[in-house]
Ligand binder design. Structure first.
Ligand code: FAD
Ligand code: NAI
Length: 465
């Protein structure tokens, strides 16, 4: 009889966990995945990437019809919002994709053990009332919303909500206050602004989108303001009170000063997410968390405990689905005795607003700290396709090493920046120089030509400006 029930037990079926399970099974390992949610796919498929993109896509159409973008192209319509149908198509997208993962589990003979898992020892995990043993256990439990002390989130009531509640609002709020000008606040704030809400974003720092290139952050502020969002930067929230179906949010300057109150029908708390480790019984296996409450691993995604591995949002690094997926593949390959590697220097990040904000590699500020650099920039206004499509906002910026010309970072603001950034990531993976990109033939007319021209600008020779 085998020593363990499984070669691999993955805890959590988000993009990290389900991908790890599939790759482990593909590599011939007997694999199970414990997931407590009703459906597979984790945060990303159920309440994150997918439903938010469904609402962003639909609301973009509404906005284009309502605010003149379609009329500019000779299409005159007065849109009528059917929010129930918009929500239904979001739920359909989620159902289709989560069901797809269930199909892939069956196809790859992965056992889905339903319930929340807790370690008994390093190779024994309790899931509900079942005890499961495995030679290797991969922790892929993801993350949950960081609460704001003193502000209670109640998604059912729908007045003070987190991202999950903000995806499900039953009516368009007249006034929405977003606490936190990061990715969630700007994406979901954009959804409801497009559908008619007055949106105020309260951000503690002096710019939106922490972690992105400074110039991109500055430009994002201008663009969101132009779109009608009210931005309260360098401002902190000190409290929120709910009375009936309204809320009052108290804010004051981050540096201290007079308090102000903001009235809202809906308040979205989006101040970050934190690793999900509660109830895992990590104390039983002697696994300690770092200061940020995350599980530390080595380069192979092995924890300090033999046979226990960790990937995705629960470990350090950007909390992104594609980072979790790549780590899922790598950890399975490492468990199988292969060499699974993730290059954490080249993980693209995208904010899926209109325009999109995307970047990969170093910001200009980080690159300057490391040594001499050259920077090439090209405005989307001078890109023929963007101009033709009436999409003038944005630019591409390429940061290269001054001596070797190797590309260190690429930043894009453009309607399809999320798609454009893939070629930049690939170029960087291949160790490209800006000259390599400048001499790569790009199809015309495409937004991506702006990447070629920004690369040409690194050495001062773009054609169209
Ligand atoms: P998760 O997806 O969080 O999955 C973890 C799973 O583990 C969950 O299903 C949970 O139920 C389960 N679990 C937890 N504890 C246990 C336990 N003890 N036993 C059994 N199961 C357990 N990222 C992007 O890259 N692009 C985007 O566009 C994007 N949009 C987002 C929009 C929103 C609104 C949010 C909230 C997040 C978004 N993200 C996006 C982030 C992305 O969702 C996460 O980075 C990604 O889901 C992390 O994957 P994971 O597998 O590590 O964890
Ligand atoms: P975030 O870290 O992106 O932004 C949080 C913002 O809140 C920061 O700008 C921070 O300065 C601000 N803040 C913190 N405390 C505050 C306070 N008291 N008052 C005012 N502002 C305050 O976190 P967010 O938006 O909650 O998203 C969580 C994670 O989910 C992100 O880190 C991201 O990785 C992931 N995500 C990714 C998406 C994508 O890839 N498109 C989409 C949505 C989420």
């Amino acid at each position: 009889m085998a020593e363990y029930d499984y070669d691999v037990l993955v805890i959590g079926a988000g993009p990290g966990g389900y991908v790890a399970a599939i790759r482990a099974a593909q590599l011939g390992l007997k694999t199970a995945c414990a997931e407590g949610r009703e459906t597979l796919g984790g945060t990303c498929l159920n309440v994150g990437c997918i439903p938010s993109k469904a609402m962003l896509h639909a609301s973009e159409y509404f906005d284009a019809a309502a605010n003149g973008a379609m009329a500019k192209m000779g299409i005159k319509v007065t849109p009528e919002l059917d929010l129930d149908t918009m929500h239904a198509q979001r739920r359909d997208a989620v159902k289709g994709l989560t069901g797809g993962i269930e199909f892939l589990f069956k196809k790859n003979k992965i056992d889905w053990i339903k319930g929340y898992a807790s370690f008994q020892d390093a190779h024994t995990v309790k899931v509900g009332d079942k005890s499961v043993t495995a030679k290797n256990v991969v922790i892929a439990t993801g993350s949950t919303v960081t609460p704001l002390p003193g502000i209670e989130i109640d998604n059912d009531k729908g007045v003070v909500v987190d991202s999950t509640g903000a995806l499900e609002l039953k009516a368009v709020p007249k006034k929405m206050v977003v606490i936190g000008g990061g990715v969630i606040g700007l994406e979901l704030g954009s959804v409801w602004r497009r559908l008619g809400a007055d949106v105020t974003v309260v951000e503690f720092l002096d710019q939106l989108l922490p972690g992105m290139d400074g110039e991109v952050r500055k430009e994002s502020g201008k663009i969101f303001k132009k779109q009608g969002m009210v931005l309260k930067l360098s401002t902190k929230v000190t409290g929120a009170a709910v009375a009936g179906d309204k809320a009052t949010v108290t804010v004051e300057p981050a540096a201290g000063g007079a308090a102000e109150t903001l009235e809202a029908d809906v308040v979205l708390v989006s101040i970050g997410r934190r690793a999900n480790t509660e109830g895992l019984g990590l104390d039983k296996i002697g696994l300690e968390l770092n200061q940020r409450g995350q599980i530390e691993t080595d380069h192979d995604f092995a924890t300090k405990v033999d046979g226990v591995w960790a990937i995705g949002d629960v470990i350090p690094g950007p909390m992104l689905a594609h980072k979790a997926e790549d780590e899922g593949i790598a950890v399975a390959e490492n468990i199988a005795g292969l060499t699974g590697i993730v290059n954490h220097d080249v993980i693209p990040g995208v904010v899926y607003t209109a325009p999109e904000f995307a970047g990969v590699g170093l910001t200009e500020e980080q690159a300057k700290e490391r040594g001499a650099i050259k920077v090439g920039k090209f405005p989307m206004l001078a890109n023929s396709r963007a101009k033709t499509n009436h999409e003038p906002d944005g630019f591409v910026k390429i940061i290269a090493d001054a001596e070797t010309d190797r590309v260190l970072g690429v930043w894009c603001i453009a309607t399809v920046a999320g798609t454009m950034i893939a070629q930049a990531a690939q170029a960087m993976e291949f160790g490209a120089t800006s000259e390599d990109i400048a001499y790569t033939c790009h199809a015309h007319p495409t937004h991506s030509e702006a990447i070629k021209e920004a690369a040409m600008a690194v050495t001062g020779k773009p054609i169209h400006v």
